[in-house]
Design a binder for this molecule. Structure first.
Ligand code: ADP
Ligand code: MG
Length: 268
């Protein structure tokens, strides 16, 4: 049995009267690709923010790479990389400069910086545009640059919060191929959210479904289908979370809070 690298024990997060995360427990093993699925407002981003030290749980415990996230923040932070739902790039720098600043911040050894930046910018097809300012980039290009940046320091655990939102099929495929390669070659553990159920079905070793802050099912795509008496992950998902559209949406400024926390963290 491989050791769990991400552990949540009875984690609760309240925002005043809103219980965003309501007593969740799970464990993700080393080298696993784990999908965290749920409707808007289910508590996915809040969970990622707690795991990545940007929010404190109201109660419960979180461990990352065996470090207690609340008590050993610095060690926990060294263990992960993250790609946000909402890109946080420096507009007044070029793509290449954005990558270089990040490489320096994360202490990537100098001889590795240039080749790794080139590898990743080529991966997301931005190498030819590396010297353009980010402020001239389209939405899709920004997203691709953020993904490249999140992968730069080859962390032990990679969190991806809706990384493929709004990307074309070709770029989505490239991203997941690369993520699988990182897992295969480096044993990286991947925790991601997506609304594209086909991605989760294809890429994830295991899936947890969260709804109204509670985990309603965990297992392989096949197990979830079997458990719900359905044939596909999408059918299982709809069976577990209902067919009604949620008017509840995650807070628009959630990404901004995360961004501010990230900046503060980088300045420390
Ligand atoms: P998801 O990522 O699954 O769409 P979130 O984790 O962003 O969901 O949000 C879960 C719930 O917590 C939602 O009801 C959302 O409105 C609420 N929430 C998230 N962040 C905050 C915050 N900073 N303050 C108050 N409520 C929040
Ligand atoms: Mg979210």
């Amino acid at each position: 049995m491989s050791k769990p690298v991400i552990v949540a024990e009875n984690v609760v997060k309240r925002f005043d009267e809103v219980v965003a995360v309501n007593d969740i427990s799970f464990a993700v093993n080393a080298g696993e690709i784990f999908a965290f699925l749920g409707p808007n407002g289910a508590g996915k981003s809040t969970t990622i923010s707690m795991l990545t030290t940007m929010l404190r749980p109201t109660s419960g415990k979180l461990f990352l790479n065996s470090h207690n996230v609340a008590k050993e923040q610095a060690n926990a932070r060294k263990s992960f990389g993250i790609v946000f739902q909402d890109p946080a790039l420096e507009e007044e720098l070029t793509a290449y400069e954005n990558m270089l600043v990040h490489a320096i911040l994360y202490g990537i050894p100098k001889p590795e910086q240039v080749p790794r930046i080139e590898e990743l910018l080529r991966l997301v097809d931005l190498w030819e545009r590396k010297d353009s300012y980010v402020k001239t980039y389209s939405g899709g290009m920004r997203r691709r640059l953020e993904i490249a940046r999140g992968l730069l320091h080859h962390p032990k655990v990679l969190f991806l919060d809706e990384p493929t939102l709004g990307l074309d099929t070709q770029t989505r495929n490239l991203l997941w191929d690369y993520v699988q390669k990182l897992r295969d070659n480096e044993g990286m553990t991947i925790f991601f959210t997506t609304h594209y159920l086909d991605e989760a079905e294809e890429v994830a070793d295991r899936i947890a479904i969260i709804d109204h802050g509670k985990i309603v099912a965990t297992g392989t795509s096949k197990q979830l289908a079997k458990q719900t008496g359905t044939k596909t992950l999408e059918q299982a998902y709809l069976e577990l979370t209902g067919k009604g559209v949620r008017d509840e949406t995650s807070l628009a400024n959630n990404g901004l809070n995360v961004r501010t926390a990230m900046r503060n963290r980088n300045l420390r």
